[in-house]
Design a protein around this ligand. Sequence first.
Ligand SMILES: [Cu+2]
Length: 210
Amino acid sequence: MSPLSSLLLAAGLVAQATAKIIPISVGKTNLTMTPNSIAAEKGDILEFRFWAKNHSVVQGSWKTACQPKPKEEGGFWSGFVPTEAGAPNSQVFRVTINDTQPIVFYCSQNTGTHCKKGMFGVVNAGVELTLEPYAKAANGSDSAGSPEGGPYGGVFEALQATPSTTDGGSSPSSSPTNGAPAPSGTNGAGALGVSFVGMAAVGAAALALI
Ligand SMILES: [Cu+2]
């Protein structure tokens, strides 16, 4: 690889790193999506992590609660993802956000009426398109709709251990503001933080050379 293409590759990696991965737990605690209200920017990735028992995620229609947005209008559908109790599924479903229009998504499992019981969430809720009226409508719905056929609108990938795996939603970049020295050796997350800073430094150096 030429030095120039190495630089371009490094710059590309830095640009990619500005997009956030937003983990969303599907069914980790009862019939919930956690978090269920998300702010995302264009290019960010929703990462759905499936827990027991057999959930799905579908982009919904704002007009009819617990029913899919028509496939020809875009949206996403993971299919059902059966998962053993005790740990998240080894595969996550990743959906890239293409614009900042409000999105609603739900689980279409009808055994136990998951959507009706609150298993849904919103991305970039607007003035009218928010969680609350959707919840009312979902509560009054009969059965949830699953799109026909296999998954679309996202990709399955292996679950990666990341610094934000604890589901706290906190950004690794928040830690350097604390001037106190990190406790040494006791905390695995501290070591990860260091390597993150290291990678950022390499990226900055590559940019400086261009
Ligand atoms: Cu479910």
